[in-house]
Design a binder for this molecule. Sequence first.
Ligand code: MN
Length: 266
Amino acid sequence: MSSSTTTTTRTDPSRREMLAALGIGAAALAGVRGAAGQTTMPQPASASPMTPQDLGWDPQTDRYILPPLPYPYDALEPYIDTQTMQLHHDKHHAGYVRGLNASLDALDEMRTARRGVGETKHWSRQLAFNGSGHFLHVIFWNCMGPNGAGMPRGLIAERIDRDFGSFKQFRQHFETAARSVEGSGWAILVLEPTSQRLMVMQAEKHQNLTAWGVVPLLAIDVWEHAYYLKYQNRRTEYVSAFMNIINWDFVQRKLSGLIEAFSPKR
Ligand code: MN
């Protein structure tokens, strides 16, 4: 058997990296392996591959787009109400997509027109705000689901135990981070790819307080627009409710894909 016939069944490495970077687990294409090569739990049949459009980017036009919600507006009732989901997805998230495309257009135009420092600063800030807003909302919609299992399984469960001590300690840390964000922001479970460590971070607005290099796996939006209609000022209740609808299979696939993409190559 020639080497060319064996390689035809493998996904091109650059494509695997691209898919993983987009949040599409390369593991979904190649079977799920942990960092040390251990086999973890098989993925459920529902774990269909995500397209770039599902993740908020259209390769045909090279524009960012508002991805469809991965479930109906009322799917997260009673934890998150239908009207909040409609406004949040159709109005708020759509605004970040527009702002992100507009920022890139303005920066393109500036490079050709050689315009001033002030505009560069303005549009760089717009890019950071709207870009982070778009990318985090994509994670947010996908890391929730009507059939939230309640508890992580497989590699993500192992890594949570390793890096936080236990799921209970992780949950307490994550909820406390979410409750205590000053003003509008997020609590985010991230992977730091070099050490493959999981960390919980806070974000103010969308873009402040990050550590460059980390990749979000799970994010809760604690802007008032995410919960005020149902929970009013009771952010703590909303954060608690969110824990019941986490789609841990999505978090698991994203973690596996990233670990594979960031592993040293031969
Ligand atoms: Mn939001």
